[in-house]
Design a protein around this ligand. Structure first.
Ligand SMILES: [Fe+2]
Length: 351
């Protein structure tokens, strides 16, 4: 069975917006040397931008976005304080106003994600298209299809555990300070191909098993407003906020190679399961990758013809609701008094 989410067909595009409307005259990129453009998707890259100077991310703008954004696309999470102990929880906003939610994030330990921002807010969609248009025009061969963006609003000292993202992503930091650790890409010792398959199949979330020795091979960056960081697709990373309310725009895109990489993982899963194949490569540049991609497309067509229902993507159980007066900005829901994470650890470990 193929996964519910078609990771490469859920992005946004704005064919109805005129060219002049879509691309602003002002560049959002600051002093990128030609080499930076050529490094996109190939290595870890940090560069400067002026997205944070747009006026689109003030407290007032954030509150307006929170109110206008579809609540099904607004996710709230909380976490512990130790990167070695996976204690990620999701929660509900309840009746909390946008102002109170923002205050809870400022004072507490929360991570709010406005998912698919550009899909619902035209001004932000124009910004996203302008950024990618500039990247594409400056870098021959760079393609950003199915563009999307998530707006991350998070507390000082909040963190995101060790994980990967399936599409190619770029983090445009806008407010506050954060520390980002990046680990070797395309290395089975840091993220196993079996877990990438499980993620694509909706059997686990983006969080990946973490071991403290990974730190010996991490590169760490302190991100200030006006800095962007990106890396090759599926590169593992984790984040800890430092000072102030943190606001970042996480943009995502796909292209033929990125799609093929995911399809190769998916094909490997089915080839192993159906035919007992072993020692399968995950390299999307090998000639076998095109056959694997065709195989996955056939499976997808078969699923459509037989009307097989796709499994739901994995999500963590909701354990709290926002309370701006509480220390960490939330209180546990009724029946969630036991704060053990054995269930989440089991998912992570593939038990
Ligand atoms: Fe990420």
């Amino acid at each position: 069975m193929l996964p519910t989410v078609d990771f490469f067909n859920c992005g946004m595009h704005h064919p109805d917006l005129g060219e002049a409307d879509v691309y602003s005259e002002n560049s959002y990129l600051v002093d990128w040397p030609p080499e930076d453009y050529r490094m996109l998707e190939k290595t870890v890259l940090t560069a400067r931008h002026r997205v944070h100077e747009s006026g689109l991310f003030s407290d007032e703008a954030l509150c307006e976005l929170i109110d206008l954004h579809p609540q099904d696309y607004l996710t709230i999470a909380a976490m512990g304080n130790d990167e070695n102990r996976f204690e990620w929880m999701t929660g509900v906003r309840g009746e909390t106003s946008a102002e109170d939610l923002l205050q809870a994030v400022k004072n507490g330990q929360l991570w709010v994600n406005l998912v698919s921002l550009a899909r619902f807010h035209p001004e932000y969609a124009r910004m996203l298209d302008s950024i990618y248009h500039e990247l594409e025009s400056q870098c021959p061969g760079f393609q950003a299809q199915h563009r999307s963006a998530n707006l991350l609003i998070s507390s000082p000292n909040a963190m995101v555990y060790y994980h990967i993202d399936l599409p190619v992503n770029m983090l445009w930091h806008l407010r506050g300070e954060k520390q980002v650790w990046v680990y070797p890409p395309f290395d089975d010792r840091f993220v196993s191909p079996r877990n990438i398959e499980r993620l694509i199949l909706g059997q686990m979330a983006e969080d990946m098993p973490y071991q403290s020795w990974f730190e010996n091979y991490a590169i760490s960056f302190r991100l200030q407003p006006g800095q962007m960081i990106t890396w090759p697709q599926n590169t593992p990373h984790r984040v800890t906020n430092r000072d102030g309310l943190n606001v970042s725009l996480s943009t995502e895109h796909r292209n033929p190679l990125a799609k093929r990489r995911i399809n190769v993982h998916l094909a490997n899963y089915h080839l192993r399961r159906q035919f007992g194949c072993k020692h399968l490569s995950t390299d999307p540049r090998l000639w076998t990758a095109r056959f694997k991609e065709a195989y996955v497309r056939c499976l997808r067509i078969w699923d459509q013809l037989t009307k097989r229902k796709s499994p739901e993507p994995f999500s963590y159980r909701k354990r709290f609701r926002i309370d701006p007066l509480a220390d960490k900005g939330y209180v546990l829901l009724d029946g969630q008094t036991d704060l053990s994470f054995t269930e989440e650890e089991a998912v992570l470990a593939g038990v």
